[in-house]
Ligand binder design. Structure first.
Ligand code: SAH
Length: 393
């Protein structure tokens, strides 16, 4: 199948030869004039060698490659890629009686750049990050409901598509409707608000890290900072924490956390309290030695490379504020989900916080995203979640 064509400059084909899925605008020598944003295009080297097909886009990433040969990008293509993604999740054992929340499609990590799909029981929540995926949404939704157990597809791209593309996406069900808003993660119950919540309504990427937190929480006084839907809080309670305090600047997030605690523990439990407050203010007024297990899982401080320096300062300040008040023998789970901050840079920011507060700090675990957020070996940029578990003396 041939689409509108793009030809690369001489010498600009190296990354495509290594199957990197992005073509930058600076690498293009010639392009069909009729190409519009989101169109399917065929990419050629300067000598006419075909590289493959992808979605065109206006911006520094000009093409996101979908196939490194002349495979047609049609219904069968999406059905095959989704079947591959599904088979991989089956291998991971994520669809179980006690677990039905996981990521089915993680963009480049599933060789579907620009597409994210999270599964919550019978509902798939789908996000397009590229105009090409927006235009393909109906056939993708059809292919999703061809997978076992998926009956509803909610499309949620109002905030993920480039607004300059003027696509005016509408968040709505493409297939089916509201069946249940409850999902299971490792036997714990969660309300997932894909209609109004952040991202697809829940952060499935912390599943394994929450389980590790559960392991450390017995008898500890836990502070879950940036709690959002209270994932870490609920695991800490199940793990036998003495008390759990959840903090988020959003009153809505705090309500979601309270609801999820109530969904899993009886009202007389009484170990949980929540606070709608800014993290930095909370840490400033917090007494020393109040918590012996602290989670810091802030939103991305750097969404782009330009914000890198400020982000690193932010991570250092945040971690220093927590570290200086933690008692000897306490544990800190600290994360960064900024794609622009790499593992080494994040570790250096936390190192600076440790040195600044003169605490004796050891690394117990180095955490990352779970296997349902796979990293294509050809696209190392797909590694975005970084975490450290620290023992503080
Ligand atoms: N740990 C969560 C995800 C955190 S998302 C989980 O496991 O699901 C980041 C959260 O930080 C959001 O809910 C956002 O409302 C909150 N937030 C952003 N800025 C904040 C601030 N300055 N103080 C406290 N919370 C903040």
């Amino acid at each position: 199948m041939k689409y509108k064509t793009i030809t690369l400059k001489r010498g600009k084909e190296e990354s495509l030869k290594r199957f990197h899925p992005w073509v930058f605008s600076g690498a293009i020598a010639a392009a069909d004039e009729s190409i519009e944003e989101g169109d399917l295009v065929t990419v050629y080297a300067h000598d006419g060698t075909l590289f493959g097909n992808g979605h065109s886009q206006i911006g520094s990433i000009a093409v996101r490659m979908l196939a490194f040969d002349d495979t047609a990008i049609d219904e069968a293509f999406y059905a095959n890629r989704l079947a591959d993604a599904w088979r991989m999740r089956q291998a991971l054992g994520l669809q179980r009686e006690d677990n039905n929340a996981y990521r089915l499609v993680h963009g480049e990590g599933d060789f579907l750049p620009g597409l994210v799909v999270d599964i919550y029981g019978p509902t798939a929540v789908m996000q397009a990050h590229s105009p090409g995926m927006h235009f393909a949404r109906d056939i993708i939704a059809q292919a999703l409901t061809g997978l076992p157990g998926i009956r509803n597809v909610y499309y949620k791209s109002e905030t993920t598509l480039p607004y300059k593309a003027h696509l005016d996406p509408v968040n709505d069900y493409i297939i089916g409707g509201m069946e249940t808003d409850e999902a299971l993660e490792n036997g714990l119950r969660f309300h997932v608000d894909w209609l109004k919540g952040q991202k697809t309504g829940f952060f499935v990427d912390q599943r394994e890290n929450r389980r590790l937190l559960e392991h450390y929480s017995r008898g500890r006084r836990v502070l879950n900072m940036f709690c959002y839907t209270g994932g870490f809080s609920v695991y800490a309670l199940r793990g036998g924490a003495e008390s759990v305090h959840s903090v988020d600047s959003s009153a809505k997030a705090v309500r979601l956390t309270d609801d999820n605690v109530a969904l899993n523990f009886p009202p007389e439990d009484g170990r949980h309290r929540s606070f709608a407050e800014d993290a930095f203010k909370f840490l400033d007024r917090m007494e020393s030695d109040a918590y012996d297990l602290v989670i810091l899982d802030p939103p991305a401080f750097a969404k782009h490379k330009s914000a890198l320096h400020n982000a690193l300062v932010g991570y250092r300040r945040l971690n220093a504020k927590a570290l200086e008040k933690m008692p000897s023998g306490s544990i800190l789970f600290t994360f960064s989900c900024s794609q622009a901050v790499n593992k080494e840079q994040f570790r250096l920011a936390v190192f600076s916080a440790a040195a600044q507060t003169r605490r004796k700090v050891r690394i117990l675990h180095q955490l990352t995203q779970p296997a349902d957020h796979p990293i294509s070996i050809y696209h190392p940029e797909g590694e975005y979640l970084k975490g450290l578990v620290l023992y503080v003396e």
